[in-house]
Design a protein around this ligand. Structure first.
Ligand code: BG6
Length: 631
């Protein structure tokens, strides 16, 4: 750390205004500036977290004056700010500190002008000693721009200077190493701030707080007590016009190599001895270095890839398949989904798998980390507890427990203990960049990636990229847009008797006619009780004559009901339910229900179903009414 300013306050001291400085944004006329950087600076200004001696100097190709740049950003901020109401005073304060100089990245004179402008705006103020250079540009220009900055004397500016680099940070191990070398040829490691915007998320930073500030879990944080960890980041969006970038990239490079590995590091790293930025970054890098590098055979067995085909959006409207997206090759082999099992070969975690998955065009937007504890022993031993970190959009931490149901009989029921950000904190929603810019001004690199971390991440993912490249997929597309993803991802965990935990938002459940009128207590009970089943096409989900007591909700897919004489009684699709009569009437199944396509189902198993009917008589009536209507 080069500023002497302390890392995160241990005891909860309130944040104060950042250190004075000048933030130069190279590529200032682009999307990043208007969508994220200025809204983040504006949020900091609203919260009094920017110092008086502060200025932004933009540079880009576009021929603009400082006044024109201000006018442009004044308009954009109205669209992109994240606060409930607009604070004109805070914006005026910030706008007065915006400056601009036009320049081509290949033109040495542009850098001289930039340097002069930085000197002019900082002159006579404390900002002169602290320059941040933010490269909001495509990575292909990094090397040229770095050389030009060095040639123009930026690496020798008086006081402190730092360079902030956005992802993608390389496209593989070789290019990332080359990029690091080209940066390190001009800057010292402690001057390079590599951004991973996941580290700007409160809930991701909270993983660190949770680990270090809650001794309750520390003795259990090892492979002896934990069965496995799941880290999922699912998105409902497809590539949204970014086909040109995405088709060269894929989800492993776009999400797993950076964002998911950052979360893995926070969950599994050894507790650092101090909050010193390098102690924290050492612990994270050491963890990635302990992850076993997958062999080609391991990739074949433990890594699943997918690509979305046509399907539907969350609002039910048709969604294109990936190969139909603009700027995507019609025979593209790029993966839009990946599920990987990794192993951490150190004393703490040896023998405990970590499952990562991420994908585009899935049924739900949600990032969750699940820590599945091992089952206990003794007379009431059942499946182990879950600790769930809800990263986004729902923000919170949850522990899933079993509790005794009220009543004379000794029965257990799933229950949850939750901490919700919305109930606990008043903080207004930010962009995630506020803390990153604030930390960079303060010279605190804790939330930025160091060379060793980035390269260790690529070392883990490189065999996955290589093996997949060498064996092009034959089955793409292999999941419809709007589904839970490829079926093989379920099989990946099923081999070891595990399953992915799907967290069903209450709102999603409430959309189903069966549960529309359900009171919140019933919805909570259902959310805890429903189990996800991914069923391949052709599977008989229930068979005529069977006597089981399960209720099924179809999230995605098509099934047919067939009478014992082979007559097709009807088909079932998204949002339909089946199976409720078996319990309501306590009789064997009258028909076989078979999946016509791969299906994503939610299942309410016998005892839970029976209990819910007993506890919520109104639900029983509603189930009967809907069942009668269907028949
Ligand atoms: C970016 C990826 O880094 O992260 C995008 O390039 C992805 O493809 C995004 O959509 C996800 O970020 P968030 O904050 O919405 O989870």
């Amino acid at each position: 750390m080069d500023s002497g300013i302390a890392g995160p306050p241990a005891g909860g001291a309130a944040a104060t205004a950042a250190a004075p400085g000048v933030l130069a944004i190279l590529g200032a006329s682009g999307d990043l500036t208007k969508r994220l950087l200025l809204p983040a600076l504006y949020n900091l200004a609203c919260d009094g977290l920017l110092p008086d001696d502060f200025a932004v100097v933009g540079m880009a190709r576009k021929d603009l004056t400082s006044d024109a740049f201000r006018a442009q950003q004044r308009e954009e901020i109205r669209r992109f700010h994240t606060r409930r109401s607009f604070d004109t005073d805070a914006w005026d304060w910030l706008e007065a500190r915006l400056h601009y100089t036009a320049g081509e990245f290949a033109d040495p004179a542009a850098y001289t002008r930039l340097r002069d402008l930085i000197t002019t705006v900082g002159r006579g103020t404390a900002a002169a000693d602290n320059t941040l250079l933010y490269l909001a540009i495509s990575p292909e220009f990094f090397a040229t721009v770095n050389e030009a900055l060095d040639a123009a004397g930026f690496t020798r500016l008086p006081g402190r200077r730092r360079i902030i680099v956005e992802k993608p940070f390389g496209k593989d191990l070789a290019s990332a190493t080359a990029l690091n070398q080209s940066l390190l040829a001009h800057w010292r490691e402690e001057e390079i701030y590599r951004i991973d915007h996941y580290l700007g998320k409160e809930t991701v930073q909270n993983l660190f707080a949770f680990r270090l500030a809650n001794p309750l879990f520390a003795p259990l944080w090892n492979a002896a007590a934990i069965d496995h960890v799941q880290i999922s980041a699912t998105e409902t969006v497809g590539v949204e016009g970014r086909g040109q970038y995405y088709d060269k990239t894929g989800v492993v490079r776009d999400m797993l190599q950076n964002h998911l590995l950052q979360m893995l590091a926070y969950v599994c790293m050894e507790p650092p001895a101090s909050l010193d930025p390098d102690a924290v970054r050492d612990a994270k890098a050491r963890l990635l270095e302990a992850v076993r590098i997958p062999t080609a055979a391991a990739v074949r067995e433990e890594c699943i890839r997918g690509q979305y085909g046509p399907g539907r959006k969350p609002d039910g409207t048709p969604a294109p398949g990936y190969r139909e997206e603009p700027s995507v090759a019609p025979d593209s082999a790029t993966e839009t989904y990946a599920a990987l099992t990794l192993h951490v070969d150190n004393d703490r975690w040896r023998g405990m798998p970590v499952h990562l998955r991420s994908g585009k065009s899935l049924w739900k937007r949600g990032t969750e980390i699940v820590v599945q504890f091992k089952p206990g022993s003794g007379p009431l031993a059942t499946a182990g507890n879950l600790l769930v970190f809800h990263i986004q959009p729902h923000q919170g931490v949850e522990i899933r427990l079993l509790a005794k149901r009220p009543g004379p009989a000794f029965q257990l029921q799933a229950a949850g203990m939750r901490f919700d950000y919305a109930d606990t904190f008043e903080a207004s929603r930010g962009t995630g960049y506020e803390v990153l810019l604030w930390s960079a001004l303060n010279g605190d690199p804790t939330l930025f990636s160091r060379t060793d971390f980035v390269e260790a991440g690529w070392r883990i993912m490189q065999p996955v990229l290589d093996t997949w490249k060498a064996t092009p997929p034959t089955e793409f597309p292999n999941y419809p847009a709007g589904s839970w993803g490829p079926q093989a991802a379920s099989a990946l965990l099923a081999h070891s008797g595990r399953r992915w935990h799907e967290f069903l938002p209450r709102e999603v459940l409430a959309k189903n006619p069966l549960f529309a009128a359900a009171p919140p207590v019933l919805l909570n009970t259902l959310v805890l009780a429903l189990e996800p089943w991914a069923v391949p096409a052709g599977t008989a989900v229930v068979r005529a004559g069977d006597h089981d007591h399960r209720l099924f909700v179809v999230c995605h897919g098509r099934l047919e009901a067939v009478a014992p004489d082979g007559t097709v009684l009807g088909t079932l699709g998204d949002g339909d339910c089946f199976g409720e009569m078996a319990l309501l009437l306590d009789q064997p199944r009258s028909a076989t229900v078979r999946a016509l396509t791969p299906c994503d189902l939610l299942v309410l198993d016998g005892p839970d179903y029976g209990r819910i009917l007993a506890d919520f008589p109104a639900a029983e009536e509603e189930f009967r009414r809907l069942a009668a209507q269907r028949r």
